[in-house]
Structure formats: C-alpha cells, structure tokens
Design a protein around this ligand. Sequence first.
Ligand code: HEC
Length: 100
Amino acid sequence: MIRQVAGILGIAFALAAGAALAEPRSSPIEACAMCHGPDGIAPDSEVPHLAGQNERYLFNQMMAFRSGKRAHKEMRYMARQMSPTEIGALAAYYAALPPR
Ligand code: HEC
C-alpha cells in the first residue's frame, strides 16, 4: 500500500520535474521538499520535520490548514491546491519515511 502510494507520487513527481513552482499541484512532493526537505527532514529549524510522523496526524493537520482551522499562510496555500485524496497520499508517504 505504502509502496503503491509512493509509486503514484513518484510518477507525478517525474512528470512535473522542473515545473514544480509554476504548477505545485502536479508535483506536491517537490513543492513540499522546498521547506520540509526531500526526505521529510526540514533543514530550517522553524519548519517541522514530517518524516515518521503519524499518518493520521499529518492528514488532520493538512486538512486543518486547508480549511483555515489551523492558521498558516504558506501551508494553507499548499493545502488548498490539493484534494483530500492527494493529502492522504502525502500523509502516507511522509509517515513511511524514517524519522531523524
Ligand atoms: C513555504 C514553506 C513550506 C512549504 C512549501 C510547505 N510547508 Fe508544510 N509547513 C511549513 C511551516 C513553516 C510549518 C509550521 C506551521 C506552523 O507554524 O503552524 C508547516 C507545517 C506543516 C505540517 C504540520 C506539521 C506538524 O508537526 O504539525 C504538515 C503536515 C505540513 N506542513 C505538510 C506539508 C506538505 C505535505 C507540503 C507540500 C504539499 C508542505 N507542507 C509544504 C512550511 C512549508
């Protein structure tokens, strides 16, 4: 299941490589990696690590950013580009990565 999700996201990533900034929707992982790191470990101390975080928690936070319940300008913008299905796939992807 996790491998399948990573595969789907990998295809989207490959197709959209280079176009991430213009079209964040088609390459979510590359867009997220700018702040949260390519492996879900954020290089900036003001940005949370995502790798190994609970899948349900990640999903709930993304949905809260999306609705505005959890206020954050950049994350609201990112989350609003995505469907709940895409958010679910990202939550599974980051939850499966090894924590620091
Ligand atoms: C412009 C930088 C930036 C980008 C791009 C970005 N994030 Fe974030 N993200 C942040 C910051 C900063 C926070 C902390 C927000 C806060 O202080 O409430 C955050 C918080 C989160 C959280 C909550 C983590 C927690 O521990 O509560 C999740 C989940 C998350 N981001 C997922 C993503 C995903 C998935 C993407 C790609 C679709 C993404 N982010 C793109 C900067 C970014």
